[in-house]
Design a protein around this ligand. Structure first.
Ligand code: KG4
Ligand code: ZN
Length: 336
């Protein structure tokens, strides 16, 4: 029996990256183009939604053309159009969604809605095929989630943040110690140069799979303000180390608990904060000791990109999870 290859053209525009990718059979990246707006938003200390959507409008057509050109394929070769429909910034999502609907309509292709978190999880499929059952830890600027998967495209949410996402807390801590946006990678770097000298709380240290980072973030902000008021200098490296140690401790503790409770020996980590060196080191060590197979994608697949949407989109397509042209963007939506 001949199994025909399936090519998915995917569009991601949920935040400040306009990205288009062509993925074969959910595992092979044919071409990807990512146009980041980060330098523009850095001038404002964070993503400005109105600017983000305007830049997506300016760029989306060019990015689609570039990705197709790089792939050596034409629209005739494409089997389906996958798109991030949510969650994310509504104005940004709408641009990618409109582009995807237009392609689906004009070229008569199925339209495949993909949840952004499903995308982050399936970024791992571009490294090696997912092995089930698995636990996924998704840590980014907008999300902190623990998800159990029994099989392809089956998602059971075990828990997540009750307030700030972990990347958001990193970026706010970075700001208070005078680092530019996005500060997560810089805090990570500083954390490796300092010592854990500040007495910060371990947040939501309970039996649940939920997280809370706003208290820890506020503790850092209060610490810095109090020391300034007393005329004392803070040591940024030590603030970074103390903060990162608490974050890594609680993420690792709850993730290892989920693996044990669900008797699972495969862990995948995804999202921008999966690039964190401290988290990678700690999880690698604990997984080795527990006999858990750990997969973390390379950094270009951790941050927002359309390759991950194309990988997830292939499985959604196989399951017939397509949508009509009345598909709408959703700023918030549970992963199902
Ligand atoms: O997944 P992503 O690109 O976008 C969202 O969907 O949010 O994640 C971006 C987030 C930012 O908050 C950034 O500061 C954080 O990931 N980040 C890091 C590191 N690299 C990126 N946080 C901590 N350590 C890092 N090495
Ligand atoms: Zn993301």
């Amino acid at each position: 029996m001949i199994i025909l290859d399936k090519y998915i053209l995917a569009i991601e525009s949920s935040c400040d990256e306009t990205s288009v990718s062509i993925i074969k059979n959910g595992t092979v990246e044919i071409s990807t183009v990512v146009l980041s707006q980060m330098d523009t938003h850095a001038n404002y200390g964070g993503v400005v939604p109105e600017i983000a959507s305007r830049m997506h409008i300016e760029n989306v057509t060019l990015v689609i053309e570039n990705a197709l050109e790089k792939s050596g394929l034409t629209m005739d070769d494409i089997d389906g159009i996958a798109v991030t429909y949510g969650p994310g910034l509504i104005g940004s999502l709408l641009v990618g969604l409109m582009a995807a609907k237009t392609l689906a309509f004009v070229y008569n292709k199925p339209l495949i809605p993909v949840h952004h978190i499903a995308g982050h999880i399936y970024a791992n499929n571009l490294v090696k095929p997912l092995t089930f059952p698995l636990i996924a830890l998704v840590v980014s600027g907008g999300h902190t989630e623990l998800i159990y998967m029994k099989e392809d495209y089956s998602f059971k949410r075990l828990g997540g943040t009750l307030d700030d996402a972990v990347g958001e807390a990193y970026d706010k801590v970075a700001r208070v110690i005078n680092l530019p946006y996005p500060g997560g990678p810089l805090v990570d770097k500083l954390a490796h140069e300092g010592e854990d000298t500040y007495n910060l709380p371990l947040p939501l240290d309970d039996d649940s799979y939920d997280f809370s980072f706003s208290g820890l973030k506020s503790a850092v902000i209060n610490l810095v303000h109090n020391e300034h008021q007393k005329g004392n200098e803070i040591i940024p490296q030590n603030v970074a180390t103390s903060f990162q140690n608490r974050v890594v401790e609680i993420l690792t503790k709850k993730t290892m608990k989920a693996l044990k409770d669900y008797d699972v020996s495969n862990l995948i980590v995804a999202g921008g904060v999966a690039a964190n060196k401290g988290l990678r080191e700690r999880l690698s060590k604990e997984c080795l000791e527990a006999g858990v197979d750990l997969t973390i994608p390379e950094i270009k697949y951790c941050t927002d990109n359309a390759a991950m949407i194309g990988a997830a989109g292939y499985y959604a397509y196989k399951l017939g999870r397509t949508a009509g042209l009345d598909l709408n963007a959703k700023a918030n939506d549970e992963l199902k």
